[in-house]
Design a protein around this ligand. Structure first.
Ligand code: G
Ligand code: G
Ligand code: MN
Ligand code: NA
Length: 251
C-alpha cells in the first residue's frame, strides 16, 4: 500500500508530531494529565488521522519504532510541565509484547529524566486476547518501575474481566460511547457507566470519563462519581506549545 510506503519514511523525515489532550480532575477541573496523541503530516497524503495509520503501523510492525518515538517524545515533553501533571501514552499490543519493551520505557524515562510516577501507559483490553502472559509480565515490570497503567476504551473489547484480578490498573477509562449514550438518555449506557464506576471503586482504581463534549455531560459523569474527565469540553488535543501555555494561566 502507498500509505505504508510513506509511513516507513515518516520517522526519518520527521513527519510525526505529538498533540496533547488535557485530562482534568472531575471536581476541581484542574489539569492532572495530558494524553499524548500522535499526528502525521505526510507530504503525499496530507494530515493523516491516527485512526487510519495506527492500524497500518500495527499490521506492518512499524508501530514498534513509532511507539518508541512516541514514548521518548511524550516523556521529554512532560518534563516541561509542573511535577503534579502526568503524561498518558498509548501502547499497542504488538509494541507491548516486544522483548525490549520494558527496556525502551526505562530508556525513555532515563533520557528525559521524567519521574516514573508521572508516566501512565494506556492499553486496551485487546492485549488480553493473545500473548496474555507476555503482556501481563511486561505491564507488571513497568508497574514495578513506578509507572501506572490505564485500561483504555473500557467496555468496547471482547475480553473477559478475569485479567482485572491479575493486574492492578490505576485507571479505567470509560469509553466515550457509554458517556455520550448516557448523556443522550440511554438507560443502558447510564447503567453501564454506574456499574463501571462502582467496580473501579471496589477495585481501588480511578475512572476517567472519555469524550465529554458539553457541560451537561461533565456534570453527569461527575455526579456518577467519575474521578477524571477528558474531552473536547475541557480541551482538544493541542500542540505542546499550547499545552505548556495552559500553565501560565491558573492551572
Ligand atoms: O487522536 P485521535 O482521537 O484521532 O486518535 C485515534 C486513535 O489513535 C485512538 O484510538 C488513539 O488511541 C490512537 N492513537 C493516537 N496516538 C497513538 C499513539 O501514540 N500510539 C497508539 N498505539 N495509538 C495512538
Ligand atoms: O482510543 P483513545 O481513547 O486513545 O482515543 C483518543 C481519541 O479520542 C483521540 O483521537 C481524540 O481526538 C478523541 N477524543 C478526545 N476527546 C473527544 C471528545 O470529546 N469527543 C470525540 N468525539 N472524540 C474525542
Ligand atoms: Mn487513549
Ligand atoms: Na479511549
Amino acid at each position: 500500500r502507498q500509505l505504508e510506503f510513506s509511513l516507513r519514511k515518516a520517522l526519518e523525515r520527521d513527519e510525526l508530531m505529538l498533540n496533547f489532550q488535557p485530562v482534568v480532575d472531575a471536581k476541581t477541573e484542574k489539569v492532572v494529565s495530558f494524553e499524548a496523541l500522535v499526528r502525521w503530516h505526510s507530504p503525499e497524503h496530507g494530515l493523516v488521522s491516527p485512526a487510519k495509520f495506527i492500524p497500518v503501523a500495527e499490521d506492518t510492525r512499524l508501530i514498534v519504532p513509532i511507539g518508541t518515538w512516541v514514548m521518548q517524545n511524550a516523556c521529554r515533553e512532560a518534563t516541561l510541565w509542573p511535577d503534579h501533571v502526568k503524561v498518558n501514552v498509548n501502547v499497542s499490543p504488538e509494541q507491548l509484547v516486544q522483548p525490549d519493551f520494558v527496556e525502551s520505557v526505562v530508556e525513555a524515562l532515563s533520557h528525559s529524566g521524567l519521574d516514573p510516577h508521572r508516566l501512565e501507559i494506556e492499553v486496551t483490553e485487546s492485549i488480553f486476547l493473545n500473548d496474555t502472559e507476555v503482556a501481563r509480565v511486561a505491564l507488571s515490570k513497568v508497574m514495578a518501575l513506578g509507572c501506572q497503567v490505564a485500561l483504555d476504551d473500557f467496555g468496547t473489547g471482547y475480553s473477559s474481566l478475569g485479567y482485572l484480578r491479575k493486574l492492578q490498573f490505576s485507571t479505567i477509562k470509560v469509553d466515550r460511547s457509554f458517556v455520550q449514550g448516557a448523556a443522550q438518555g440511554s438507560s443502558e449506557s447510564l447503567a453501564i457507566v454506574r456499574a463501571v464506576v462502582a467496580m473501579a471503586q471496589s477495585l481501588e482504581m480511578k475512572t476517567t470519563a472519555e469524550g465529554v463534549e458539553t457541560e451537561e455531560e461533565a456534570k453527569l459523569v461527575r455526579d456518577m462519581g467519575c474521578d477524571r474527565i477528558q474531552g473536547f469540553h475541557f480541551g482538544r488535543p493541542m500542540t505542546s506549545v499550547d499545552a505548556c501555555a495552559l500553565f501560565d494561566r491558573d492551572y
